[in-house]
Design a protein around this ligand. Sequence first.
Ligand code: SF4
Ligand code: FE
Length: 481
Amino acid sequence: MMTGEQYVESMRKMHMQVYMFGKKIDNPVDDPILRPSLNSVRATYDLAQDSAYEDLMTVTSSLTGEKINRFLHIHQSTEDLVNKVKMQRLLGQQTAACFQRCVGMDAFNAVYSTTFEVDKKYGTKYHENFVNYAKYCQQQDYTVDGAMTDPKGDRGLAPHQQEDPDMYLRIVERRPDGIVVRGAKAHQTGAINSQEIIVMPTISMGPEDRDYAVSFAVPADAEGVIMIIGRQSCDTRKLEGTELDVGNSEFGGVEALVVFDDVFVPNDRIFLAGEAEFAGMLVERFAGYHRQSYGGCKVGVGDVLIGASALAADYNGCAKASHIKDKLIEMMHLNETLYCCGIACSAEGHATGSGNYMIDLLLANVCKQNVTRFPYEIARLAEDIAGGIVVTAPSEADLRGEVTGPYVEKYLKGAKGVSVENRLRILRLIENLCLGTAAVGYRTESLHGAGSPQAQRIMISRQGNLPMKKELAKKIARIQD
Ligand code: SF4
Ligand code: FE
């Protein structure tokens, strides 16, 4: 396994095409806006080296028998699924950001079991391709981006009906040695911090969409792969040289629009190429795993936000007020409810045909549906407790300013014994989590990441087994049809 430092060095050797603010970024690793997101992924390597976290962060590979980072593991039991969620909560607590490496882990497990099913039906070699690829990534200890979401164009039209045929990523050429693909994947968490990208389709597909039913892996710096970084609220604060005003200066998360401009994929890296009826299975499984993931990562970030809110109350001198105590209880209640769902869908998991373990899909979708709501309420309560000062506080430069400094020190004083600087630090952290760069991960990603709310409601309606519930009611009411 790599150390955090070795990971950073391996990323430095990549030749990715990264663009931000209209310019090509030649050295993303040391870019001040991008570096915090790399640090979050680095934490997945650093913690794996720490004996205190060894049981959560590392595991014996089912493919090689070697000790590997859990982020590259093919889950072998419900215990593995539970440990995955615990690991994600730990990382959320340590980074207060999206640490990005989960998408690859979720893609690994979804592709592993789906390729097994495709081969069973068609006699293809996708599962063998994937197993060899997974072993390679495990041995290199790579970070892998799991790329699913297409730009989608007109949402009312199927992939093959789009005016521009590239609105969903597709095969544009089939060659004896592989395929050429064109399209894009949007909102790619951690793409710029990954050595590899696994591409998957984004919706269920019919026979006419067969060129769109494609899954494969390419290096993140493969020829034709171009990444365009998404803007975030307050992103350029990281250029100002004030660590205090950033709120969380060490860690962050960054998304990119990843363009595949006629990228060649060799045969041994193809995991699906035209077997359209399996697109839905792959989507459902990946989304299921990632909906489980949110019952870990968002809970860990929530722990930090709840802690920050409690500190803000201490610093304001109102920690003893009964309504403040009650709001903190409510935040903890909501946060632990999310965790309960993450653990429950894991504990209720089952083996797939390929032998790896799958979460309970109904409970994973309930988990994610709650994640589309509770972090918003937790953030609302955090802002309630912190007060309006969370959005009106002066800058660090004014705290240090010759003229303004004494006024800021005098009028921003809170409880006795609390420094104004510490009060500002905690307010900036709350701002970062609720409204700044980390709000991408804690709020909007909670809503849309791993599928927007309606996607979970569709799954809940499919998995909820209403006919069985009607039978229960009929039996109790003594109804005989
Ligand atoms: Fe991992 Fe959460 Fe980020 Fe998804 S949103 S990659 S589960 S930290
Ligand atoms: Fe996400």
